[in-house]
Design a protein around this ligand. Structure first.
Ligand SMILES: [Zn+2]
Length: 316
């Protein structure tokens, strides 16, 4: 008989304990367990997925058809696809439209004083903003004032090619060692410009490559400057604005860049990445000379940007 009693007592004690545990505590325990489960397995899966994505081998089972299409366009293998790529980048650059597609429509709410002035229509040109000397802290300001702004990605990353050498890609992946293995970060570098004297550069990093690209484009918008163009070539002698007015130099890291005015018809005498930036700045003919480790394209384009920036300072 006493044994039975003891059993009953233990059962009762259990029940009371369970009752004492409030619902909130139970939920917390469950969440903790879930978190532990998440941290251990899916991290490896994510890393693998990312490697596959960056190397270009898409795992069909894990990635849906829509995402696949986006990745294809991101690469831009053929000319037709390149145009689509630009369109998609333009859409993703404007936050308002990108969120509208997904159903979460958030209108731009200006936070800064300058943003409020632009949104209300008190300021109508980008030159007013640049002349005022105020810092642009919201990319939407540039979006509104320069609707025909174009962006281009600089191929800063690389992966090993089959026959040796490197194939350049837009996103640079860096690794950090951690207790749990390697952690990957994507870096992107973007140039924006209206092909008419306006240019900006931006660099950003994020866990996902697409996020890094969007961040870089937004940052480039904040760094927009107006450059002075002209024709400083003695061979040409026109009063146009197809080149730069005088020789200029720029520096970043070990890279030095020298730009010299060229006559009409010469074109851009520069490497492919610098050509992108010069085209967006609206320069048609120029001679470019570089020194230092120009394989580090972040420094190359930054040096070019600094050289163009000096034209602006001289003008003042
Ligand atoms: Zn000329």
């Amino acid at each position: 008989m006493p044994k039975r009693k003891s059993k009953e007592k233990t059962l009762e004690a259990k029940k009371t304990r369970e009752e004492k545990l409030s619902e909130d505590e139970r939920k917390k325990k469950e969440e903790k367990a879930l978190k532990k489960g998440r941290l251990e397995k899916p991290l490896d899966e994510k890393v693998e997925e990312k490697i596959e994505e960056e190397v270009g081998k898409i795992v069909e089972t894990e990635i849906g058809e829509k995402e696949k299409d986006e990745i294809k366009i991101e690469k831009g293998e053929t000319e037709g696809e390149k145009e689509e790529e630009k369109k998609i980048l333009d859409i993703s650059a404007g936050i308002q439209i990108a969120k509208g597609r997904r159903g979460e429509f958030i209108l731009w709410k200006p936070v800064t004083e300058l943003g409020k002035l632009v949104a209300s229509g008190a300021i109508t040109s980008i030159d007013e903003v640049l002349d005022s000397g105020k810092k642009i802290l919201e990319p939407e300001i540039v979006d509104k004032l320069v609707p025909n702004l174009k962006n281009e990605l600089i191929l800063i990353g690389g992966r090993r090619g089959k026959g040796g050498g490197r194939q350049r890609i837009a996103v640079r992946i860096t690794t950090t060692m951690h207790r749990s293995g390697r952690r990957f970060t994507s870096n992107a570098f973007a140039v924006v410009g209206d092909e008419d004297g306006l240019i900006g550069i931006g660099k950003a990093s994020a866990v996902e490559s697409r996020a890094a690209i969007n961040k870089a484009v937004d940052k480039a918008k904040l760094n927009v400057i107006r450059i002075k163009r002209g024709c400083g070539s003695w061979e040409c002698g026109c009063d146009g604005s197809h080149s730069i007015p005088y020789k200029t130099k720029g520096k970043s890291g070990s890279v030095r860049v020298v730009l010299m005015p060229a006559p009409k018809g010469i074109g851009l005498v520069a490497d492919d990445e610098s050509k992108k930036a010069l085209r967006l700045a609206g320069i048609k003919d120029v001679w470019m000379k570089t020194f230092g480790n120009t394989g580090m394209r972040i420094n190359l384009i930054t040096a070019l940007f600094n050289a163009l920036k000096r034209l602006y300072i001289y003008d003042r």
